[in-house]
Design a binder for this molecule. Structure first.
Ligand code: SF4
Ligand code: SF4
Length: 252
Protein backbone atom coordinates (compact mmCIF):
# COMPACT_ATOMS: atom_id res chain seq x y z
CA UNK A 1 0.00 0.00 0.00
CA UNK A 2 1.44 3.38 -0.93
CA UNK A 3 1.22 6.42 1.32
CA UNK A 4 0.85 10.04 0.26
CA UNK A 5 2.80 12.75 2.02
CA UNK A 6 1.46 16.30 1.80
CA UNK A 7 4.08 18.73 0.57
CA UNK A 8 3.67 22.35 1.51
CA UNK A 9 4.04 24.88 -1.28
CA UNK A 10 4.59 27.68 1.18
CA UNK A 11 8.01 29.23 0.69
CA UNK A 12 10.27 29.09 3.73
CA UNK A 13 10.06 32.32 5.66
CA UNK A 14 13.50 31.87 7.22
CA UNK A 15 16.78 30.29 6.21
CA UNK A 16 18.92 28.46 8.74
CA UNK A 17 22.57 28.83 7.80
CA UNK A 18 25.15 26.57 9.46
CA UNK A 19 28.81 27.45 9.26
CA UNK A 20 30.24 24.01 8.48
CA UNK A 21 33.76 25.08 9.36
CA UNK A 22 32.72 26.15 12.85
CA UNK A 23 30.22 23.34 13.54
CA UNK A 24 31.40 20.90 16.25
CA UNK A 25 28.89 18.24 15.14
CA UNK A 26 27.59 17.98 18.69
CA UNK A 27 23.91 17.59 17.69
CA UNK A 28 22.67 20.04 20.29
CA UNK A 29 20.66 22.02 17.72
CA UNK A 30 18.73 18.86 16.78
CA UNK A 31 17.64 18.34 20.38
CA UNK A 32 17.01 21.98 21.22
CA UNK A 33 14.79 22.90 18.28
CA UNK A 34 11.15 22.45 19.30
CA UNK A 35 9.98 22.73 15.68
CA UNK A 36 11.80 19.67 14.33
CA UNK A 37 13.75 21.77 11.89
CA UNK A 38 16.87 19.63 12.10
CA UNK A 39 17.48 16.06 11.13
CA UNK A 40 20.78 14.34 11.64
CA UNK A 41 22.69 13.18 8.57
CA UNK A 42 24.25 9.93 9.81
CA UNK A 43 26.57 9.58 6.84
CA UNK A 44 28.03 13.07 7.11
CA UNK A 45 27.55 13.34 10.88
CA UNK A 46 26.02 16.78 10.75
CA UNK A 47 22.67 18.58 11.18
CA UNK A 48 20.50 19.26 8.16
CA UNK A 49 17.85 21.98 8.47
CA UNK A 50 14.40 21.95 6.91
CA UNK A 51 14.05 25.71 6.46
CA UNK A 52 10.30 25.71 5.96
CA UNK A 53 9.72 24.64 9.57
CA UNK A 54 11.81 27.36 11.20
CA UNK A 55 9.98 30.08 13.11
CA UNK A 56 13.11 32.09 13.95
CA UNK A 57 12.85 31.61 17.71
CA UNK A 58 16.68 31.57 17.87
CA UNK A 59 16.83 28.83 20.49
CA UNK A 60 19.35 26.84 18.44
CA UNK A 61 21.41 29.97 17.89
CA UNK A 62 21.61 30.48 21.64
CA UNK A 63 22.45 26.88 22.45
CA UNK A 64 24.98 26.20 19.70
CA UNK A 65 28.34 26.02 21.51
CA UNK A 66 30.22 27.07 18.40
CA UNK A 67 28.07 30.05 17.40
CA UNK A 68 27.77 28.32 14.05
CA UNK A 69 24.09 29.01 13.34
CA UNK A 70 22.56 32.10 11.76
CA UNK A 71 18.84 32.46 11.02
CA UNK A 72 18.06 34.81 8.15
CA UNK A 73 14.80 36.14 6.81
CA UNK A 74 14.04 34.85 3.34
CA UNK A 75 13.40 38.20 1.70
CA UNK A 76 12.09 36.59 -1.46
CA UNK A 77 9.58 34.30 0.26
CA UNK A 78 6.78 36.53 -1.00
CA UNK A 79 6.84 39.43 -3.39
CA UNK A 80 5.83 42.56 -1.55
CA UNK A 81 2.49 44.10 -2.36
CA UNK A 82 0.74 46.90 -0.48
CA UNK A 83 -2.61 45.31 -1.33
CA UNK A 84 -1.66 41.78 -0.36
CA UNK A 85 1.17 42.01 2.18
CA UNK A 86 3.27 38.88 2.81
CA UNK A 87 1.68 38.03 6.17
CA UNK A 88 -1.78 38.07 4.56
CA UNK A 89 -0.63 35.92 1.65
CA UNK A 90 0.98 33.47 4.05
CA UNK A 91 -2.21 33.25 6.12
CA UNK A 92 -4.30 32.56 3.01
CA UNK A 93 -1.88 29.88 1.77
CA UNK A 94 -1.71 28.21 5.17
CA UNK A 95 -5.46 28.08 5.54
CA UNK A 96 -5.83 26.77 1.99
CA UNK A 97 -3.30 24.02 2.69
CA UNK A 98 -4.62 22.94 6.05
CA UNK A 99 -8.32 23.79 5.88
CA UNK A 100 -7.87 25.06 9.43
CA UNK A 101 -8.21 28.36 11.21
CA UNK A 102 -4.94 30.06 12.06
CA UNK A 103 -4.31 30.52 15.74
CA UNK A 104 -1.47 32.58 17.16
CA UNK A 105 -0.37 33.44 20.65
CA UNK A 106 1.46 36.38 22.20
CA UNK A 107 -1.02 39.05 21.22
CA UNK A 108 -1.61 41.11 18.15
CA UNK A 109 1.34 41.58 15.80
CA UNK A 110 -0.35 44.10 13.52
CA UNK A 111 0.56 47.78 13.48
CA UNK A 112 -2.73 48.92 14.97
CA UNK A 113 -2.60 52.29 16.71
CA UNK A 114 -2.72 51.74 20.44
CA UNK A 115 -1.64 54.86 22.25
CA UNK A 116 -3.74 57.78 23.45
CA UNK A 117 -2.04 60.23 21.06
CA UNK A 118 -4.14 58.72 18.27
CA UNK A 119 -7.42 58.94 20.14
CA UNK A 120 -9.77 61.26 18.27
CA UNK A 121 -12.95 62.50 19.92
CA UNK A 122 -15.05 63.90 17.11
CA UNK A 123 -17.43 66.42 18.61
CA UNK A 124 -19.59 66.46 15.51
CA UNK A 125 -22.68 67.93 17.13
CA UNK A 126 -21.15 71.26 18.14
CA UNK A 127 -20.55 74.19 15.85
CA UNK A 128 -17.26 74.19 14.07
CA UNK A 129 -15.34 76.14 15.17
CA UNK A 130 -16.78 76.08 18.65
CA UNK A 131 -18.38 79.47 19.36
CA UNK A 132 -18.59 79.44 23.06
CA UNK A 133 -17.39 76.54 25.17
CA UNK A 134 -19.44 77.79 28.10
CA UNK A 135 -22.60 77.73 26.02
CA UNK A 136 -21.74 74.39 24.48
CA UNK A 137 -20.66 72.16 27.35
CA UNK A 138 -19.08 68.89 26.35
CA UNK A 139 -20.66 65.83 27.91
CA UNK A 140 -18.11 63.06 28.31
CA UNK A 141 -20.06 61.07 30.86
CA UNK A 142 -20.82 57.60 29.61
CA UNK A 143 -23.18 54.96 30.92
CA UNK A 144 -22.53 51.29 30.27
CA UNK A 145 -25.25 48.75 30.71
CA UNK A 146 -28.28 47.20 29.07
CA UNK A 147 -30.73 49.66 27.57
CA UNK A 148 -34.23 48.90 26.26
CA UNK A 149 -34.71 48.56 22.50
CA UNK A 150 -37.62 50.97 22.56
CA UNK A 151 -39.48 53.23 24.94
CA UNK A 152 -43.17 53.27 25.66
CA UNK A 153 -44.62 56.46 26.99
CA UNK A 154 -48.24 56.79 28.07
CA UNK A 155 -49.19 60.45 27.89
CA UNK A 156 -52.67 61.48 28.95
CA UNK A 157 -54.22 64.94 28.56
CA UNK A 158 -53.70 65.64 32.23
CA UNK A 159 -50.21 64.21 32.43
CA UNK A 160 -47.79 64.90 29.59
CA UNK A 161 -44.74 63.61 31.47
CA UNK A 162 -43.85 59.99 30.72
CA UNK A 163 -43.00 57.92 33.77
CA UNK A 164 -39.39 57.58 34.90
CA UNK A 165 -37.50 55.02 32.84
CA UNK A 166 -36.40 51.98 34.83
CA UNK A 167 -32.96 50.83 33.71
CA UNK A 168 -30.87 47.89 34.79
CA UNK A 169 -27.82 48.83 36.85
CA UNK A 170 -25.49 51.04 34.80
CA UNK A 171 -21.81 51.84 35.15
CA UNK A 172 -21.23 55.57 35.13
CA UNK A 173 -17.93 56.72 33.62
CA UNK A 174 -16.94 60.38 33.84
CA UNK A 175 -14.78 59.85 30.74
CA UNK A 176 -15.34 57.33 27.93
CA UNK A 177 -12.09 55.53 28.77
CA UNK A 178 -11.56 52.62 31.12
CA UNK A 179 -8.55 50.48 31.99
CA UNK A 180 -8.54 47.10 30.26
CA UNK A 181 -7.82 43.86 32.12
CA UNK A 182 -4.25 43.27 33.30
CA UNK A 183 -4.11 40.43 35.77
CA UNK A 184 -2.58 40.59 39.22
CA UNK A 185 0.36 38.28 38.69
CA UNK A 186 1.14 39.41 35.17
CA UNK A 187 1.49 42.88 36.72
CA UNK A 188 2.45 43.68 40.30
CA UNK A 189 0.29 44.82 43.19
CA UNK A 190 1.77 48.30 42.75
CA UNK A 191 0.38 48.44 39.21
CA UNK A 192 -3.07 47.36 40.41
CA UNK A 193 -2.88 49.94 43.19
CA UNK A 194 -2.03 52.67 40.69
CA UNK A 195 -4.87 51.63 38.38
CA UNK A 196 -7.40 51.54 41.21
CA UNK A 197 -6.32 54.96 42.49
CA UNK A 198 -6.41 56.43 38.99
CA UNK A 199 -9.81 54.90 38.21
CA UNK A 200 -11.25 56.39 41.38
CA UNK A 201 -9.63 59.75 40.76
CA UNK A 202 -10.87 59.94 37.16
CA UNK A 203 -14.31 58.51 37.81
CA UNK A 204 -13.82 55.48 35.63
CA UNK A 205 -13.03 51.76 36.06
CA UNK A 206 -10.14 49.38 36.12
CA UNK A 207 -10.57 45.77 35.05
CA UNK A 208 -8.82 43.22 37.25
CA UNK A 209 -7.89 40.82 34.46
CA UNK A 210 -8.00 37.14 35.34
CA UNK A 211 -5.72 37.08 38.39
CA UNK A 212 -8.14 38.00 41.18
CA UNK A 213 -8.14 41.08 43.37
CA UNK A 214 -5.85 41.81 46.29
CA UNK A 215 -7.95 42.38 49.47
CA UNK A 216 -6.19 45.71 49.94
CA UNK A 217 -8.00 47.03 46.84
CA UNK A 218 -11.52 46.03 47.83
CA UNK A 219 -12.30 49.56 49.10
CA UNK A 220 -11.98 50.68 45.45
CA UNK A 221 -14.68 48.22 44.41
CA UNK A 222 -16.97 50.97 43.07
CA UNK A 223 -14.34 51.57 40.38
CA UNK A 224 -13.39 47.99 39.67
CA UNK A 225 -14.70 45.48 37.15
CA UNK A 226 -13.83 41.97 38.30
CA UNK A 227 -13.03 39.58 35.52
CA UNK A 228 -13.99 35.92 35.54
CA UNK A 229 -12.01 33.92 32.99
CA UNK A 230 -11.71 30.22 32.23
CA UNK A 231 -8.75 29.80 34.64
CA UNK A 232 -10.82 31.25 37.51
CA UNK A 233 -7.71 32.40 39.34
CA UNK A 234 -8.73 34.09 42.57
CA UNK A 235 -12.43 33.74 41.76
CA UNK A 236 -14.79 33.11 44.68
CA UNK A 237 -18.06 34.60 45.81
CA UNK A 238 -16.35 37.46 47.68
CA UNK A 239 -14.37 38.38 44.59
CA UNK A 240 -17.49 38.42 42.43
CA UNK A 241 -19.18 40.74 44.91
CA UNK A 242 -16.15 43.00 45.33
CA UNK A 243 -16.52 44.97 42.10
CA UNK A 244 -19.12 47.18 40.49
CA UNK A 245 -19.50 44.76 37.60
CA UNK A 246 -18.39 41.29 36.52
CA UNK A 247 -16.79 40.69 33.14
CA UNK A 248 -17.01 37.11 31.90
CA UNK A 249 -14.15 36.47 29.51
CA UNK A 250 -14.85 33.69 27.05
CA UNK A 251 -11.68 33.97 24.97
CA UNK A 252 -8.81 36.27 24.07
S1 SF4 B 1 24.63 22.93 17.85
FE1 SF4 B 1 26.04 24.10 16.58
S2 SF4 B 1 27.92 22.98 16.77
FE2 SF4 B 1 26.36 21.60 17.47
S3 SF4 B 1 25.74 20.43 15.65
FE3 SF4 B 1 24.40 22.17 15.77
S4 SF4 B 1 25.37 23.71 14.50
FE4 SF4 B 1 26.93 22.20 14.95
S1 SF4 C 1 15.47 29.30 15.15
FE1 SF4 C 1 14.09 28.10 16.42
S2 SF4 C 1 12.73 27.12 14.97
FE2 SF4 C 1 14.48 27.85 13.80
S3 SF4 C 1 15.86 26.13 13.73
FE3 SF4 C 1 16.47 27.35 15.48
S4 SF4 C 1 15.38 26.47 17.23
FE4 SF4 C 1 14.42 25.68 15.38
Amino acid sequence: MSSVTAVSLLPAEFHVVIDREACLQCGRCVHQCGWNVYSWDRALERPVPNHSRCVACHRCVTFCPAGAITVKKNELAFKHSENMPPELLKAVWKQAETGGVLLTGMGNDRAYLRIFDHLLLDACQVTNPSIDPLREPMEMRTFLGRKPDSLEAVITPGNRQPGALQLDAQLRLETPILFGGMSYGSVSLNVHRALAWAAQELGTFMNTGEGGLHPELEPYGDHIIVQCASGRFGVDVNYLRAGAAVEIKIGQ
